[in-house]
Ligand binder design. Structure first.
Ligand SMILES: C[C@H](O)CC(=O)C(=O)O
Ligand SMILES: [Mn+2]
Length: 344
């Protein structure tokens, strides 16, 4: 049985940004951060959905600058620490320095699950800046536990104090979560924590997060009302209740978390975050959750079914950073449809 005291990182203001096309205002960020701080959650992550430097043509522009969001969150919170996400290649050491100047205390460095080596410089620099440093292995469902362990060891050797198994596609079931978290826990030095980040595409984010804790994870990600890419993340208020019943101390106060989800986040949702036919297809086909709104847009533009786009992306094993492939696949499917119709 895993550790009974864990720390939760809330990602409403970062992963949740995908679900609102990165359009929260600074005032939204203040309201959500204030409500989160009152829940007692340990860490609040904020930034563009794709991390520092994400605001761009490729990933979509944020409503406000990342420094403005981070400054607003840092000014608002009294108890929680503030984190930013950084994907090397999208964000640079310079972005990280500017983020540190706003007052954040935690940086999470994310790479595809086979590319930990590109995180060395960022993790090293983050430690030198005195930031609590987390490694984040995205699309962890794509490789066997042994490969994930080798990548996690690299992040730990660069200085990461926690390494996350990240189910970016919401494609994992409890057995796989247990296997991968156990493998990392056994392979990493005791002082390096193991974390887990879920997406609810198959409807099992809470069960997977609980399985992760039972397997030794001491860091879990969640978001208010599950706001996040695809079918969203582990809902913070649900996880807080489930964890309490399971005897796990998350430090999250249940009623304030429920109230923050209902009163502060749900009214700000651009569309409901749910396991519907398209987000369910992401979990089923193993596709990066942040492709959801891009796939909807391409489906509409080229007159094809978003599910067909996602299944094809899954077959091609497309990963984060290959957003341009969504349009390529949609164009191809539209052409096939045209040829099929002409042949009839
Ligand atoms: C950039 C991604 O949204 C990071 C993440 O939350 C995931 O891979 O899941
Ligand atoms: Mn995510």
């Amino acid at each position: 049985m895993g550790n009974r005291t864990i720390r939760v990182t809330d990602v409403t203001l970062r992963d949740g940004m995908h679900a609102v096309r990165h359009q929260f205002s600074v005032e939204d960020a203040r309201a959500i951060a204030g409500a989160l701080d009152r829940t007692g959650v340990a860490i609040i992550e904020a930034t563009h959905g794709d991390g520092l430097g994400g605001s761009s043509v490729q990933y979509g522009f944020s409503k406000e600058t990342e420094e403005d969001y981070l400054r607003a969150v840092c000014e608002t919170v009294r108890n929680s620490k503030v984190a930013a996400l950084l994907l090397p290649g999208i964000g640079t050491v310079e972005h990280m320095k500017r983020a540190a100047d706003t007052g954040i205390q935690v940086i999470r460095v994310a790479t595809h699950c086979t590319e930990a080596d590109i995180s060395e410089q960022h993790i090293g620099e983050a430690r030198k800046m005195g930031l609590e440093t987390v490694g984040f292995l995205m699309m962890s469902h794509m490789v066997p536990a042994g490969v994930l362990v080798e990548e996690a060891k690299k992040m730990a050797s660069y200085g990461a104090q926690t390494v996350y198994v990240v189910d970016s596609a919401g494609a994992m079931l409890m057995g796989e979560v247990r296997e991968k978290v156990t493998a990392l826990r056994e392979a990493l030095p005791d002082e390096v924590e193991v974390g887990f980040h879920a997406h609810n595409n198959l409807g099992v984010s809470v069960a997977n997060s609980l399985a992760a804790v039972e397997a030794g994870a001491t860091r879990i990600d969640a978001s208010l009302a599950g706001l996040g890419a695809g079918a969203g993340n582990t809902p913070l208020e649900v996880f807080a209740a489930v964890a309490e019943k399971a005897g796990i101390d998350t430090g999250v106060r249940l009623y304030p978390a429920m109230d923050a989800a209902e009163d502060v986040v749900r009214p700000r949702m651009a569309r409901p975050v749910q396991t519907d036919r398209v987000s369910l297809t992401m979990g089923y086909a193993g596709v990066y959750s942040s492709f959801l709104l891009h796939a909807f847009r391409a489906a509409e533009q080229f007159g094809v079914d978003a599910r067909d786009i996602l299944v094809e992306l899954g077959k091609r094993k497309v990963v984060g950073g290959q957003e341009d492939m969504i349009v390529d696949v949609a164009v191809e499917l539209a052409k096939r449809k045209e040829v099929g119709a002409a042949g009839r």
